[in-house]
Design a protein around this ligand. Structure first.
Ligand code: SF4
Length: 393
């Protein structure tokens, strides 16, 4: 295999909230290299289509990274685990089914899915986008200044985001599913998530690797009655900062209630193996105190694991572009609190790019407008980030 071979185009289908299919959740969702479709979108709707075949050929015979795979490249350059490596594991753990250019693998259909059925969500997180949250989509309609790009989307796109998707094509192949990730929006609110889980139970395919990412705001009985019947479940609760500060970053969230819900989820009657983790994304708002959540998670017996990762897009929400002196301050604070070593992957990623003050000005303006619209102010939750933005002229 070429050194940068990735099994994703042979095994996996990612479906976005607006119903389009892409290589995976990390791959850039368009092509920007002349060798690839002359700046037009990849068309990955047809598993056996021309673009898929071209990408698979590259994976089997080409050298170097596919242009869309910058995020995997970046992490591997930093010596960190990439999604590409995870897909290699999926392929190996499922007996290395033979791969082919035309329909991917010996089953002829994806065996791994990452599904986002629509953008229905009850929260409006600061680093999220209207494409993934119906609350943010409403905010974008009310306050175009905050979300200037939203108005460029067609009505068709907006309707597609919120509408129920046809999942017949997955239901028909339910017996071949080996890995299933369901995200949102908020999956516990989505009828299609329940429909697919029920179908997998009906065909007896409950021994899959099932991963649910939820915001933890509710423990929906109907949803959890379904997922507790699966034999290998990972529930990742997205909670980006200490519960006491959560209401700022995750608009509409009640941190205390979410923390209680994590315990309730752990106490359900699980059929077999399950893991509950907290997952946290690091943005400039929480970079000076994010490790408080990791400390709390490590002390909490019903949480199996805690994950933290850097946000790269939107660019203005990425810590990699912060001013160098404030990056150093974040490192100093983590060291003072003896959290630097535990979170060194975050700080290494942060130092991997040069500062970009124009992007930080964009963050400042976006933050001020959003704070005003929501009547929630950064200085009351993350005062050091507030000082950093004040310092940017
Ligand atoms: S190399 Fe990474 S970004 Fe590219 S398809 Fe594979 S997992 Fe996705």
């Amino acid at each position: 295999m070429p050194s940068k071979f990735c099994a994703a185009p042979f095994l996996h289908s990612f479906v976005s909230t607006h119903g389009k299919k892409f290589l995976c959740c990390w791959a850039t969702r368009w092509s920007y290299d002349d060798r690839w479709s002359n700046d037009t979108d990849f068309d990955l709707e047809d598993w056996e289509g021309e673009d898929y075949q071209k990408i698979r050929e590259h994976m089997l015979e080409g050298e170097g990274w596919l242009p869309a795979c910058g995020e995997c490249k970046q992490l591997e350059d930093l010596g960190q685990q990439s999604l590409r490596q995870w897909f290699d594991q999926v392929w190996e753990e499922n007996g290395k089914p033979s791969l082919n250019v035309v329909n991917g693998n010996s089953f002829g259909v994806p065996i791994s899915y990452d599904l986002r059925f629509n953008n229905l969500c009850n929260l409006s997180c600061r680093m999220c986008m209207p494409e993934s949250s119906s609350q943010l989509a409403k905010e974008a309609e009310r306050h175009p200044d905050i979300w200037p790009n939203w108005q460029e989307h067609s009505e068709e796109f907006k309707v597609a985001l919120s509408s129920d998707k046809d999942i017949e094509w997955i239901l028909e192949e339910a017996q071949f599913v080996r890995v299933l990730k369901i995200l949102g929006g908020e999956p516990t609110l989505q009828p299609q998530a329940k429909q697919l889980l029920q179908k997998l139970i009906d065909v007896g395919n409950t021994n899959i690797d099932l991963k649910i990412t939820t915001n933890g705001t509710n423990v929906n009985k109907e949803f959890y009655d379904l997922i507790t019947q699966f034999k290998n479940v990972r529930v990742g609760v997205s909670i980006d900062t200490h519960p006491d500060r959560l209401a700022y970053i995750r608009g509409g969230a009640n941190g205390k209630k979410i923390w209680e819900n994590i315990q309730k989820i752990s106490e359900l009657s699980w059929a077999d193996q399950y893991h509950i983790s907290t997952t946290q994304v690091i943005v400039p708002y929480n970079v000076f105190d994010f490790w408080e959540l990791g400390q709390l998670a490590y002390e909490t017996p019903w949480i199996d694991q805690h994950y933290s990762e850097v946000v790269y897009e939107p660019y203005y929400q990425s810590i990699v572009y912060m001013p160098e002196k404030w990056k150093q301050k974040a490192i100093d604070i983590a060291k003072e609190n003896e959290c630097y070593e535990n979170e060194i992957h975050i700080f290494n990623a942060m130092m991997s790019h040069d500062e970009n003050i124009e992007l930080m000005k964009q963050l400042k303006s976006h933050t001020q407008l959003t704070d005003f619209a929501r009547n929630k102010y950064l200085k009351d939750y993350h005062p050091i980030c507030h000082d950093m933005l004040e310092d940017i002229q």
